[in-house]
Ligand binder design. Structure first.
Ligand code: ATP
Length: 852
């Protein structure tokens, strides 16, 4: 064991316990990467050539615009990376170590050589080390050895050169505890662990693209090909018309750069990563970006009961010793029968209370807390435990639904067992009745009586544990066989009230077209009572036990799940089948889990949700999202965020694509009717590379609305670029294109191509800035508060307007940006036509979707 001082020294000496990450890209690399786009390279080459041939000014401006765009891109990428990094830190694994004689929980990164680490089922092993204590310890080392079966660990010596899989007295970082518990001393950390030695295999695993990013990437590629062909045709047409080849080429490339929406998928990353910051503040930490999209389409949420829908603040309410129900206030420690039950609840228990703080499973600490509160200090649990030391144990697991310990009390060897009532009753042969010293054979009537009492407790929504014991002739290592022929001691019933916000969250969930399903290890009647209270079910026929589905084929289960909203006495295996059945019915399923065995179900679900407080490290590792408050209502809030983020991304895409389309349509039209091209290359670059990306990102940061929760979940398979969306884009692109060309005609007919193209440039740029407001919503919002509720968009608009006005008004810039000086009438026309987009597009929205 280390002292805190020694730990600090060791940390200084050996560094942090972490694997070296793949080399991070530097700012400069990120900046240079912004130039690696094929078209940008061509553009630079063409600019250089045109510079050499005498047009140094436009070459310089093109460089300037591209550089500023690259700076903008670098800043955005850095910010997105930073927010993802801080998110990762939030969900970093933790470890329990003993320092200065106290058990403390620290980030796994701070574990150091010499630390004594406590591990139990569900924990990830934070560093390599040698075991000093084990209790039925089993470890999954598949990440290291590929062996999927758990390895049993013990303290026996192994040969020095044994293979990793055979070193049964050691544990290794990267593996996790599947059963039992233990204690070990750390011998290697970070890159010196066995995992560290193979860590180069894990380096540089980049974040996978989300389905939306893939979808947009595919779309972007197809669109790029079309645009390149179009630009090729325009290039040939210009040459046929006798234009200068280099100019025509530069223009074609500029048009391609402007029209190809290469920023689509990076906009998604930026918006998602900023969105996850907001979600983290609201207690939902996203571990995989895909989850945000998944959340938007979730149609079934399978949730644990204990702690998620309920408070997990267990308080013991009643005791029962055949045939007497005893409330906590009537408890009498002097009575031998009661004392025996209370002592078993202390001994067959891994909970701890230190300085008023409860450590361990709330079910277990509640059993101790009640004794402290009732001031049975003379029977303080640590005294009882010291008087009856534990010799061996079979830990609790949610498959067996019980646990056993073997203790030595007054020279007797006693097994104490506690667990679910129905499970224990099957293993009971004798009973200790109230007031009687000796166990007697249990008969059918006694059993029925106990079951009746269990039912009574459960109907009151109480969670019931049964207690039993058995005396052994001699000390022995406990096996599963020993958990039979037991003597019934009594029941303890505890209350775990629903969380206050659960009822409202369930209501919202149903309104949003999402089916809430409760999955719990608890008794069916208890579960149904709680589910009824919070509105998940109306009557008990909607509840069933896990055993029922055991008999069913997958096909039968698929039909069955529709009618059931509460599954009780469920094992982790049932959970996977339930998720799969809902998925096969075409649903997107979110599933919560906390135990070590829940990892497969969390992985199977579309959005695996782990519990930040009570969840095992393994479940957190398998999950796509971690709830820092373990609260069901947080999942609903996360769904709302997911839906809003998706809508915002969609709005940003609509903004980019409709604006790009307007530019293409204008150029195409001019070319078809044989007019000079309406823009100089630098105009297109200015708009697309400078004034466009900020409003697009601002749209991604649009304030969230509750309205998204009034809609049904979005089908996951539905492409974001569906017909309706593409029609909206085309119509809006056309409107902006018409305004642009109107201005072009006015300028062109008055004084030729330069004034025409200046006005076209001014209108297209300003229209797109104004169009940002159109893209805030599918519905018309012109005279609503929503119009002004996004300060980022207003900022982006102001900045863009300042830039374009500067270019149009500052005489020194005219030559560089190839614009004519505008008098105030022309300037008014530019702003007027650009502004006209607003009522026209809002009017179209009004007709298309109806007024809200
Ligand atoms: P949920 O699945 O909603 O979290 P749960 O906590 O009841 O509910 P499990 O932890 O799998 O689910 O517990 C299943 C059953 O096992 C409980 O209903 C209880 O009867 C019994 N049980 C729970 N905790 C313990 C424990 N520490 N020792 C012995 N038995 C327990």
């Amino acid at each position: 064991m280390l002292t805190n001082e020694q730990a600090k020294e060791n940390q200084k000496k050996y560094g942090w316990n972490e694997l070296a990450e793949g080399r991070k890209k530097s700012c400069i690399t990120l900046f240079l990467e912004q130039f690696k786009d094929f078209l940008v390279i061509i553009l630079i080459i063409s600019a250089i050539i045109s510079g050499i041939l005498g047009d140094a000014e436009s070459a310089a401006v093109i460089f300037l615009v591209i550089t500023m765009n690259a700076i903008l891109g670098t800043v955005q990428t850095l910010k997105a990376e930073q927010s993802l990094k801080s998110l990762k830190q939030l969900s970093a694994p933790e470890a329990k170590v003993v320092r200065d004689h106290a058990v403390i929980q620290i980030p796994a990164k701070e574990v150091t050589i010499g630390d004594e680490v406590l591990i139990e089922a569900g924990d990830c092993i934070p560093a390599d080390g040698k075991l000093i204590e084990t209790a039925s310890l089993k470890v999954d080392e598949s990440a290291l050895t590929g062996e999927s079966l758990s390895v049993e660990k013990n303290l026996e010596d192994v040969p020095e050169n044994a293979a990793i899989g055979d070193r049964t007295n050691q544990v290794f970082s990267g593996s996790f505890v599947t059963y039992g518990h233990g204690r070990y001393e750390v011998t290697a950390i970070g890159m010196n662990t066995e995992m560290g030695k193979i860590a180069y295999l894990l380096k540089n695993t980049s974040e996978k693209m989300t389905p939306l990013q893939k979808n947009l990437d595919d779309f972007g590629k197809k669109l790029s090909i079309m645009i390149l062909i179009l630009c090729g045709i325009l290039f040939i047409l210009s040459i046929l018309r006798g234009d200068n080849i280099l100019n025509a080429f530069l223009f074609a490339v500029a048009l391609a750069v402007a029209a190809i929406p290469e920023a689509l998928s990076s906009i998604v990353t930026i918006v998602l990563s900023f969105g996850t910051q907001k979600m983290a503040k609201e207690h939902a930490i996203i571990r995989k970006l895909q989850a945000v999209e998944g959340l938007g389409s979730v149609s079934v949420i399978c949730s644990d009961k204990t702690g998620t829908l309920t408070q997990n603040k267990m308080t013991v309410e009643d005791y029962y010793i055949y045939p007497k129900r005893i409330s906590v206030s009537e408890l009498n420690f002097e009575n031998d029968s009661e004392k025996e039950l209370l002592i078993s609840s202390i001994l067959c228990n891994d909970g701890m209370i230190t300085d008023g703080e409860q450590i361990g499973d709330p079910t277990e600490t509640a059993l101790l807390a009640v004794l402290q509160e009732k001031k049975y200090i003379e029977y303080s649990f640590s005294d009882v435990r010291a008087a009856c030391p534990r010799l061996s144990e079979i830990p609790f697991d949610s498959d067996r639904k019980m646990m056993s310990t073997e203790n030595k009390c007054d020279g007797r060897y006693v097994i104490y067992v506690k667990g679910a009532v129905d499970v224990l009753l099957k293993r009971i042969t004798h009973i200790r009745k109230y007031g009687s010293e000796k166990p007697e054979l249990i008969n059918e009537e006694d059993r029925l009586y106990i079951e009746k009492q269990n039912l009574e407790f459960s109907r009151e929504g109480l969670r019931v544990l049964a207690f039993a014991y058995k005396e052994l002739d001699a000390e022995k290592e406990l096996t599963l066989e020993d958990e039979n022929n037991l003597v019934f001691l009594g029941l303890i019933a505890m209350m775990d009230p629903p969380r206050q916000e659960s009822k409202q969250a369930v209501k919202e969930c149903i309104k949003a077209g999402i089916r809430p399903v409760m999955i719990t290890g608890d008794h069916k009647v208890t579960a149904a009572a709680i589910a009824k209270r919070i509105g998940i079910i109306k009557n008990e026929s909607e509840a069933c036990e896990g055993a029922v589905i055991e008999e069913m084929s997958d096909e039968e289960l698929r039909t069955f799940v529709e009618g059931i909203s509460v599954y009780a006495r469920v094992s982790p295996e049932h959970k996977i089948r339930i998720v799969r059945a809902w998925q096969e019915r075409g649903n997107i399923v979110a599933m919560t889990g906390d135990g070590v065995n829940d990892a497969p179900a969390l992985k199977q679900a579309d959005v695996g949700v782990a519990m930040g407080i009570t969840g095992s490290e393994v479940s957190k590792d398998a999950a796509a999202m971690v709830l820092t408050d373990d609260n069901f209502a947080t999942i609903i809030k996360a769904v709302e965020n997911g839906r809003n983020l998706y809508q915002n991304i969609k709005n940003a895409i609509q903004f980019l694509l409709s604006g790009n389309l307007a530019a293409i349509l204008s150029v195409l039209y001019a070319s078809v009717v044989n007019l000079p091209v309406p823009f100089a290359p630098v105009h297109l670059l200015f708009i697309n590379l400078l004034t466009d990306s900020l409003p697009a990102i601002a749209l991604g940061l649009e304030p969230h609305t509750k309205a998204v929760m009034e809609e049904k979940p979005r089908p996951m398979k539905e492409s974001i670029l569906n017909r309706k969306f593409l029609t909206d884009i085309s119509v809006e692109g056309l409107v902006i294109g018409i305004m642009t060309m109107t201005g072009y005609f006015i300028g062109y007919s008055e004084s030729g191509a330069l004034l025409g193209s200046t006005m076209a440039f001014g209108i297209l740029c300003t229209s797109r800035l104004i169009h940002g407001f159109n893209c805030k919503s599918r519905k018309p919002i012109l005279f609503t508060k929503k119009f002004f509720n996004n300060p980022y968009l207003i900022g982006a608009f102001g900045m863009g307007l300042l830039l374009i006005t500067g270019v149009l008004m500052i005489p020194g810039l005219h030559g560089i940006f190839q614009v004519a000086a505008l008098d105030w009438q022309h300037l008014l026309i530019v702003y007027g036509l650009a502004l006209l987009n607003l009522p026209v597009i809002q009017g179209i929205k009004l007709i298309r979707v109806g007024r809200v």
